[in-house]
Design a protein around this ligand. Structure first.
Ligand code: SF4
Length: 382
């Protein structure tokens, strides 16, 4: 296949759907977690859940970078604007995420704060070059995919001698979060969340490769299939997971071979390792403090680290009352379990991060109108 529409072909989807129905054992349940918000959107946008038999269910995971950032870190970004008069450069999604006291970066901007939406780290560097008398901070969020550009920006600022540029580093790591979910009481003890296998993220894996998942596939005996973002990718990966589970295998397989290798992108990984190192612990919305799950800027590059340059405290902030984002991010609840879904909380008036981001589960449920999950054979549509 060469072009993207080939990964959306109806005839192939129908065939895969039939294969999955034939091979899924009706005596067992298959709960498959898609870690990444990109998969959640593919599932809803193309109605993939409706092509599954009743006993194959997708469980939505915490792989939306905007969703997992705790409110306290957004409060910190707001502090930098309001107390240190910085120009804060941020990706668009972050601007609308509710912070404490019903604030958001968008509201701070409306009140006169200098918050600018950027599309890349290079936009932020350009703003720094054009405003040498102001401090410019890039609000860096995201998983392993967006980390290399932040490292590049820091090295570039160093090479250019830019004294007014720094990065507020909030980059988080996928394998640590998956391990945390598998070790959570809901999965291990209470059993309220059952996860039989994982779809490995596609873009993240293009950087880190498939190798980092091998540990927990073996340790926790859960198969992992690295899956592309197109509907046929998700369906083929579902079939691969079902086959592994039927055969009692717990391996890492790679469906997304057109992009992902076992080793990943060595150049990008080397660049990140040069500029950043592991944090001992980092707070995730929904997961709490997760050991070694995020990166910080190395002390050799401290002058480009906003956390070193500006003095701000760690803030423990609560989510909006009634917002179920933390439980949704852990796979414990679904968006429709939230009383605010579609009433108080909509994409136009989001109460939580899961409704803001284009990768959030609540936004996916809302945008594609598939508010219910098939729970019987009759309800699933072939
Ligand atoms: S619907 Fe809104 S309030 Fe409810 S969990 Fe989702 S983002 Fe939070």
């Amino acid at each position: 296949m060469k072009y993207v529409d080939e990964f959306r072909r109806q005839d192939l989807a129908k065939k895969l759907s039939e294969d999955i129905k034939r091979e899924a054992d009706p005596e067992r349940q298959y709960n498959l977690m898609e870690f990444c918000g990109g998969h959640t959107h593919a599932i809803f946008r193309y109605g993939v859940q409706n092509l599954m038999p009743f006993n194959v269910r997708f469980v939505h995971g915490p792989g939306c970078p905007v969703c997992v950032l705790p409110i306290g870190r957004i409060d910190n970004a707001i502090q930098m604007v309001q107390q240190h008069d910085v120009i804060l450069c941020s990706y668009g999604d972050m601007l609308r995420v509710p912070a404490s006291n019903r604030k958001s970066l968008l509201k701070v901007s409306a009140e006169g704060g200098d918050v600018r939406m950027v599309y890349s780290t290079q936009d932020a560097i350009k703003i720094a070059r054009e405003n040498l008398d102001r401090q410019v901070v890039f609000f860096a969020i995201g998983f392993e995919t967006t980390t290399p550009p932040s490292a590049v920006a820091i090295k570039q600022a160093q090479a250019e001698g830019l004294k007014n540029f720094s990065v507020f580093c909030n980059h988080v790591l996928t394998p640590a979060a998956i391990t945390n979910i598998l070790e959570s009481p809901e999965v291990r003890e209470i059993g309220s969340v059952r996860i039989d296998g994982f779809f490995g993220p596609s873009h993240v894996s293009s950087i880190i490769g498939s190798q980092p998942y091998e540990f927990f596939a073996e340790e926790f005996q859960r198969p992992v299939v690295i899956a592309g973002f197109e509907p046929l990718d998700v369906m083929q990966s579902t079939l691969m997971l079902i086959r592994q589970l039927n055969e009692g295998r717990y391996e890492v397989e790679n469906e997304y071979i057109r992009v992902v290798s076992r080793e990943g992108n060595l150049k990008a990984k080397g660049l990140v390792a040069e500029v950043m190192e592991l944090r001992r612990s980092f707070e995730w919305r929904g997961l709490g403090m997760v050991p070694y799950s995020a990166l910080k800027i190395k002390k050799e590059f401290a002058e480009f680290d906003a956390e070193k340059r500006f003095d701000f405290p760690a803030i423990q902030a609560n989510d909006v009352k009634g917002c179920e984002c933390p439980s949704i991010l852990r796979g414990v609840k679904r968006p429709t379990d939230c009383n605010l879904f579609g009433t108080v909380c909509t994409p136009e008036n989001p109460m939580g991060s899961c409704m803001v981001s284009s990768e959030g589960a609540c936004a996916a449920y809302w945008s594609y109108g598939r508010f219910t999950q098939p729970n019987s054979e009759q309800e699933s549509v072939a």
